[in-house]
Design a protein around this ligand. Structure first.
Ligand SMILES: [Zn+2]
Ligand SMILES: [Zn+2]
Length: 238
């Protein structure tokens, strides 16, 4: 099956990505995605957009070139209880929140500490996706993460960029295979994200699809394979 949407994409507004929203949308339309989510890094990431960027989403049409546009954010988990850097003034303007650990924004808290931080984010009702929980530099107890995500209806991401040979995240593929095994056990929803930082990566899920196949992962747990599963990862209060 082919993924119908990509909710993890960045533009020049993130400060270390290279395409505009228009270029990302045009690429999404060209390759036949039904929906595109834009998810700039939240404010603790050096060089990213100011919170006013997220306050002005109203100017973006909901549909362009036949692609439905969703306006999200990739929040930084920055505290041991899973605190995220999404200011209350923007929280209701977002269609969805991906919460991720990034080393510029949090230090390695050790396996128990990292796990606790991610569990806090999973339990946050505003967070619908945990981004790239796949990096051995930030070890976690995958069993607990997958069980809690299933319980809280939070999706775990298979991040296509993490498995790029030049990516700095460590042992991503092995960690993702482990995550998929526990996701099968607990029936945790999985979402594929490209984490594109240039338009040419939008909607390219080659490595993510390969790892799903290697894991013989059940299609019904993959959010991207059906449009009617998309609301599972949109703002739960919408
Ligand atoms: Zn980034
Ligand atoms: Zn990230």
């Amino acid at each position: 099956m082919q993924p119908l949407f990509d909710l993890h994409t960045h533009t020049i507004a993130s400060g270390h990505a290279y395409s505009t929203l228009k270029e990302n949308i045009e690429e999404a339309a060209r390759i036949g995605l039904k929906a595109l989510g834009t998810s700039e890094h939240a404010e603790r990431m050096p060089g990213t957009a100011h919170r006013m960027y997220f306050m002005n989403f109203k100017v973006i049409p909901r549909e362009l070139n036949g692609v439905i546009i969703y306006n999200g954010i990739e929040a930084n988990i920055y505290g041991e209880k899973g605190e995220i850097d999404v200011h209350p003034s923007i929280i209701d303007r977002l269609d969805y929140i991906i919460a991720s650990m990034h080393l510029p924004c949090i230090e390695n808290l050790g396996e128990a500490g990292n796990t606790k931080a991610i569990l806090g984010a999973i339990e946050n009702p505003k967070v619908t996706i945990i981004g790239h929980p796949d990096d051995s530099r930030l070890p976690i107890k995958m069993d607990e993460i997958a069980a809690a995500a299933a319980e809280c209806h939070t999706a775990l991401e298979v991040n296509n960029s993490s498995m790029h040979p030049l990516n700095f995240r460590e042992n991503a593929k092995e960690n993702i295979l482990e995550m998929l095994d526990y996701a099968k056990k607990y029936k945790t929803n999985i979402i594929l994200g490209t984490d594109s930082h240039i338009c040419y990566e939008v909607g390219k899920f080659d490595r993510a699809l390969e790892v799903l196949e290697e894991s013989a992962f059940p299609e019904e747990l993959v959010v991207n394979f059906e449009m009617d599963r998309l609301p599972l990862v949109l703002n739960k209060t919408e």
